[in-house]
Design a protein around this ligand. Structure first.
Ligand code: IPM
Ligand code: MG
Length: 357
């Protein structure tokens, strides 16, 4: 089979990690007889530098004409003084919106060989944990009305958390469907004791839940959820939450796995189409230095193969290769500890390729 993939390396370490992910994909193609055709396009700060906007029209077209999108990372201090609508991050938010990718799935799983890198006490992570954060991605405070105004206390600024019933319904359904294939438990996270938007959110979750009476459901306020994640991560299966709470909780969950450099993500919409990216940022301080951990991006490729292309064996092959390389003790700087072998971005990529079956 032939698959068309839009490749958006972005800024900072984006190009470093995307390069390794592509070599993994190429090797998978060789082994299993698929061909992957890449079309590169610009997003983020590099797009702003080249075209004056963080998301050129052409990039949206390239993505729409592809079967899936592979994205690196965007942003960097170089663009920090730009107004909000020209910032690199705006390019990322707009591409998610333009492609209708409302569901962001972020699996946080503890690899046995990375137990040492988890900051929690060993007894808290005995037997590991395997959490799926299902984050709403195209609504809420990220996209609500915002602005500035003059008040008697000086300049003021506001951002609005706004959710429609439809938006909550579809992300809730996604979470329940995912949970059915996993541990059959959904934890809804909101802040309904304070926010009206959360009260609507919770009402809708409860309503939709009636269609999924075979799946267990519980609710947590977001402050408690942040605490429970480090108190007892094993209690979670699927966590469904809003755009901003999901942004924050997924970074927290990632650290439990040892490093934010380990977490892949899939952004999905209605059909099979998806955008795949690591959850970490562009780490400009180590860009181009062969130091970044490419595993989150490589694991994102596994998610692409499984979720968009239905290539389960190929996806497993990548995940098993990553596990093997970790078991053999190879580590990039972010997950390095004494008694392990420090390698760079390229060598880590090469090791994964070498272990593909
Ligand atoms: C993420 C990132 C983005 C977000 C930024 C770069 C806009 O933090 O994907 O988690 O907040 O969604
Ligand atoms: Mg984030």
């Amino acid at each position: 089979m032939k698959y068309k993939i839009a490749v958006l390396p972005g800024d900072g370490i984006g190009p470093d990690i995307v390069e390794e992910a592509k070599s993994v994909l190429n090797k998978i193609g060789e082994i299993y007889g698929h061909s992957f055709e890449y079309t590169e396009a610009l997003v983020g700060g590099c797009a702003y530098d080249a075209t004056g906007t963080p998301l050129p029209e052409d990039t949206v077209e390239v993505c729409k004409n592809s079967d899936a999108v592979l994205l690196g990372a965007v942003g960097g201090p170089k663009w920090d003084t730009l107004p909000g609508h020209l910032r690199p991050e705006k390019g990322l938010l707009e591409i998610r919106k333009a492609l209708g990718l409302y569901a962001n799935i972020r699996p946080a799983k503890l690899y046995d060989s990375l137990k040492e890198a988890c900051p929690l006490k060993p007894e808290l992570i005995e037997g590991g944990f395997d959490i799926y954060v299902v984050r709403e991605l195209t609504g809420g405070i990220y996209f609500g009305e915002r602005g500035r105004k003059q008040t008697e206390n000086g300049e003021a600024a506001y951002d609005t958390e706004l959710y429609s019933t439809m938006e909550v319904e579809r992300i809730t359904r996604k979470a329940f469907e995912v949970a059915r294939k996993r541990g059959n438990l959904v934890t809804n996270v909101d802040k309904m004791n304070v926010l009206e938007s959360s009260r609507l959110w919770r009402e809708v979750v409860l309503r939709v839940a009636k269609e999924y009476s075979d799946v267990n459901l519980n609710h947590m306020l977001v402050d408690n959820a942040a605490m429970q994640l480090i108190r007892n991560p094993k209690q979670f299966d699927v966590v469904v939450t809003s755009n901003m709470f999901g942004d924050i909780l997924s970074d927290e969950a990632s650290m439990l796995t040892g490093s934010i450099g380990m977490l892949p993500s899939a952004s999905l919409g209605k059909g099979k189409f998806g955008m795949y990216e690591p959850i970490h940022g562009s780490a400009p301080d180590i860009a181009g230095q062969d130091k970044a951990n490419p595993l989150a991006t490589i694991l994102s490729i596994a998610m692409m193969l499984r979720l968009t292309f239905d290539l389960e064996d190929e996806a497993n092959s990548i995940e098993e290769a990553v596990e093997k390389v970790l078991e053999e003790g190879y580590r990039t700087g972010d997950i390095y500890s004494e008694d392990t072998k420090l390698v760079g971005t390229k060598e880590m990529g090469r090791l994964v390729v070498e272990n593909l079956k």
